[in-house]
Ligand binder design. Structure first.
Ligand SMILES: [Zn+2]
Length: 141
């Protein structure tokens, strides 16, 4: 996926949100993502989160801990993953009623609780919606 393709897909995803995403996150892919993870590891460890560990066993992450507003993705990421992580950015921005709980350390302490949290359920539902939209378009997979 080249830069233009990525832009098209990001815009398509943004147009799927119920309201505008004002603070568009920085998107880092592959080696860029890994370099970022390596450079931030120490800072995240101070919050009890090993970014290296988390990223190793995930396809993508939305980083909000230090108001990073950054999405990191593995090299061969899926559109569905990008949609899921962008949704977290949208949730972080549109969370006036506190429906989506961004809590430090939950993934490590209680992965099952995390999986079924409103934030994760909403992100998965949104990603499915996006996936059904990209079907037929010859982009991503
Ligand atoms: Zn998620």
């Amino acid at each position: 996926m080249d830069t233009n393709e990525l832009k098209v897909i990001v815009n398509m995803i943004k147009n799927t949100f119920e309201s505008e995403l004002e603070n568009e996150p920085t998107i880092l892919i592959g080696a860029d993502a890994q370099n970022y993870v390596d450079s931030m590891e120490e800072l995240y460890l101070s919050k009890g989160v090993s970014l290296k560990k988390q990223f190793k066993c995930s396809n993508g992450m939305y980083l909000w801990w230090f108001n990073d507003n950054t999405i990191i993705l593995k090299q061969n990421f899926r559109v569905k993953t990008l949609a899921h992580e962008l949704r977290h950015a949208w949730q972080f921005e549109n969370n006036e009623d506190g429906e989506f709980r961004f809590i430090e350390g939950v993934i490590e302490k209680n992965p099952i609780l995390y999986y079924f949290s409103s934030k994760e359920r909403d992100a998965r539902k949104f990603a499915r919606k996006v996936k059904s939209r990209v079907k037929g378009l010859n982009i991503g997979h």
